[in-house]
Design a protein around this ligand. Structure first.
Ligand SMILES: C[C@H](O)[C@H](O)[C@H]1CNC2=NC(N)=NC(=O)C2=N1
Length: 103
């Protein structure tokens, strides 16, 4: 059960974060907050992320506020560490963010 993935080391995490402005790793969670022009665009992006998550079989914690959405993810199957699965999801989310008015 679960993906055979390894936790990333500090240097590997730094290399990957350098390609993902706005994202950070803290307490073994890869995270970013997005801001939106209003509530509905933020909520629509939640649904779009949900579709991507089902496609990848990898799921973040999504916290929806009024005009803010926070994404936080690590890999449960190896005990909650940051892996390439998390960065893969983050890159996919970045690809769609602009189209939802997120910044
Ligand atoms: C059975 C299913 O593949 C696993 O439970 C998947 C689902 N989504 C997941 N999401 C995350 N973030 N970590 C996981 O280990 C994980 N495992």
């Amino acid at each position: 059960m679960g993906a055979q993935v390894e936790p990333l080391g500090e240097k590997e995490i730094e290399e990957r974060l350098a390609e993902l402005p706005g994202w950070s790793v803290e307490d073994d969670l890869l995270r970013r907050s997005y801001h939106f022009p209003g509530h509905l665009p933020a909520a629509v992006m939640v649904m779009h992320i949900a579709r991507i998550q089902e496609e990848l079989d990898h799921h973040a914690d999504l916290t929806l506020g009024y005009n803010r959405l926070t994404v936080a993810v690590n890999t449960h199957s190896i005990g909650g560490r940051v892996t390439d699965l998390d960065f893969g999801l983050a890159r996919r989310i970045e690809e769609i963010a602009g189209a939802h008015g997120a910044h």
